[in-house]
Design a protein around this ligand. Structure first.
Ligand SMILES: *[C@@H]1O[C@H](CO)[C@@H](O)[C@H](O)[C@H]1NC(C)=O
Ligand SMILES: *[C@@H]1O[C@H](CO)[C@@H](O)[C@H](O)[C@H]1NC(C)=O
Ligand SMILES: *[C@@H]1O[C@H](CO)[C@@H](O)[C@H](O)[C@H]1NC(C)=O
Ligand SMILES: *[C@@H]1O[C@H](CO)[C@@H](O)[C@H](O)[C@H]1NC(C)=O
Ligand SMILES: *[C@@H]1O[C@H](CO)[C@@H](O)[C@H](O)[C@H]1NC(C)=O
Ligand SMILES: *[C@@H]1O[C@H](CO)[C@@H](O)[C@H](O)[C@H]1NC(C)=O
Ligand SMILES: [Ca+2]
Length: 494
């Protein structure tokens, strides 16, 4: 075992003995008003025998059906006691292992006697809670009429599907299990989780002198269902006497299990709900052991709380995903099997599964908070100047050729604006209007009457001919005819 685990076990042990981690949260006043502070927390230890479900095996192991007589080890010839399942005063059913005894009347579960010797007298007692528990103190089992000479304590981490031995008990460990006898006191931090066989609780010292069998918790932390396998009853310190088998049987009057619900440091209460123990989970966790994050609170993966740093530990709260544009939809739902949150009817120009993006044609306002109504700003791209109405993350539109500016509502040099950007027709530098023409807003040359062409570069008359500045081609032709055919009639009158 690594030092880290040893330290962890030690921490847990200390934590279980100190009255700490009882509060999950408290209201603390700060400069900005009252705020909740969250802490690692756990339920108080309780006597878990009250909640325990007991099953004994094999069927018919409980005495009294049919009724039978039994003797005692101390006085094997006084056999007047009787077990009768049909008589409440003489019955010894399993629930007498967990009852609260009143008026110092000891009540106990009792098995049939070892009449079938040499066939072994075996009995299993399964203790279950349908809830993970953590032992906080030693487990005590009280045997009337002597403690078993051989037994095993098993644990299950999977609600009874599989079992591992937890501790072996025998009056002779080598003989019963071929194991060296050890005591829990011999265990040190480096081998504390080792499974041992102990002879401490199986030796015959008289049935009245010592009734208890313990499982010492110390730092050996336990989370389990228990199975007590009783393999051989008390023999009264000698060999089996075959002529009186009625004095051999098991009888248990009490099983004490001081434990707390395992809530992964996310609950300070553990209550009985519909017959099952249930952690009252905080920190936005849920589940019987607070072993997962609540719907929607899955921004990061679930973690158990931590005892460190002292004194309040770390709650490791489950949180709402930060990427959600929180508040832009009141119709978000959690899809369990996909483990995602999805929203419909995103408002405020948001879109996406969590309303976490801006709609097309909008961009993210970098100075606004995610939950601000103005988080998405319209791109406002100029319809004539831009390729489409979408913009990039900082609001820049995509411009057509010749257009420029954030919104594409300006033209680069060499272009003029007229419902979009067009290449200049004329200017004052390269594309000068000729022959006294003037450039009108880079769009066209305004030519004198005798000139034409884009830059007024072309004369309206043939070289050497006298032309006036009529603008119509037909009129010009007519004038040309007149010039040619009727000069003598017209010109002298002018
Ligand atoms: C007791 O439990 C063990 C482990 O599950 C099993 O192997 C054994 O058969 C059981 N004995 C009786 C008497 O039910
Ligand atoms: C165990 O507990 C869970 C949660 O409380 C419950 O849903 C389930 O039915 C219980 N099982 C039994 C066998 O009682
Ligand atoms: C545990 O370790 C100690 C010393 O490190 C040793 O004395 C003891 O026998 C060990 N116990 C077992 C059960 O191995
Ligand atoms: C649950 O999560 C919300 C949102 O992240 C947070 O404001 C709240 O404090 C959490 N509650 C607890 C009990 O931790
Ligand atoms: C961005 O958000 C801030 C804060 O809400 C707001 O003052 C500002 O006007 C917003 N900018 C635009 C371009 O809408
Ligand atoms: C948006 O486009 C402008 C101009 O091309 C560029 O300077 C800016 O970095 C771009 N922003 C993003 C977020 O891509
Ligand atoms: Ca009892």
């Amino acid at each position: 075992m690594s030092l880290q685990i040893a330290l962890l076990l030690l921490m847990r042990y200390l934590a279980s003995t100190l009255a700490q981690y009882e509060l999950c949260k408290s209201l603390v006043s700060t400069d900005e008003g009252s705020v909740w502070e969250h802490y690692a927390c756990q339920p108080k230890p309780a006597s878990m025998k009250d909640y325990m479900r007991i099953k004994v095996d094999p069927p018919g192991i409980t005495c009294g059906n049919p009724p039978e007589r039994f003797c005692t080890l101390e006085n094997p010839y006084l056999c007047s006691d009787e077990c009768d399942a049909s008589n409440p005063d003489l019955a010894h059913p399993p629930q007498l292992m967990q009852d609260r005894e009143r008026n110092s009347l000891i009540t106990y579960w009792q098995t049939v006697t070892w009449r079938r010797h040499p066939e072994p007298l075996l009995a299993n007692i399964t203790l279950s809670w349908n809830k993970s528990l953590e032992l906080t103190d030693d487990l005590h089992i009280t045997f009337e009429y002597g403690r078993p000479t051989i037994m095993v304590l098993d644990k299950s981490m999977d609600h009874g599907r599989s079992w591992q031995s937890y501790q072996y008990y025998a009056d002779d460990c080598l003989d019963a299990f071929n194991m060296q006898p050890k005591r829990v006191q011999d265990l040190t931090a480096t081998n504390i989780t080792k499974v041992i066989c102990t002879e401490q609780y199986s030796r015959w010292v008289g049935s009245k002198n010592e009734k208890n069998v313990k499982f010492e918790v110390r730092a050996r932390f336990a989370v389990f269902d228990n199975l007590l396998r009783l393999l051989r009853p008390s023999l009264g310190g000698t060999y089996v006497q075959r002529d009186n088998l009625l004095k051999y049987f098991y009888a248990i009057s009490n099983i004490d299990i001081p434990a707390r619900c395992k809530c992964n440091l996310h609950a300070s209460q553990c209550l009985l709900v519909d017959g099952n123990l249930q952690c009252q989970c905080e920190h936005n966790t849920t589940g019987q052991d607070c072993e997962r994050c609540k719907k929607g609170f899955k921004a990061k993966s679930w973690k158990a709380g931590s005892y460190l740093p002292t004194p309040n530990g770390t709650p490791n709260t489950c949180t709402y995903p930060k990427s959600i544009c929180y508040g832009h939809s009141n119709r978000c739902s959690y899809i369990d099997y996909l483990n995602i949150v999805t929203c419909v009817s995103c408002k405020h120009n948001t879109r996406g599964q969590n309303c976490q993006h801006c709609r097309l044609g909008y961009y993210r306002n970098a100075t606004a908070e995610l939950d601000d109504e103005s988080v998405c700003v319209e791109c406002n791209c100029n319809q004539m100047g831009s390729v489409h109405d979408r913009c990039n993350g900082t609001g820049f539109c995509q411009c057509k050729e010749g257009a420029s500016g954030v919104k594409c509502d300006e033209c680069v040099s060499g272009y003029y604006w007229k419902q979009g950007c067009y290449p200049n027709v004329c200017d004052e530098e390269m594309l000068l209007c000729q022959n006294g023409g003037t450039c009108y807003q880079n769009q066209k040359c305004i030519c004198p009457p005798e000139f034409k062409g884009v830059l007024c570069q072309q004369s309206r008359c043939e070289a050497g001919k006298d032309c006036n500045g009529a603008s119509s081609v037909h009129l010009s032709t007519a004038l040309l005819l007149l010039c040619t055919l009727l000069p003598t009639y017209l010109l002298p009158r002018q």
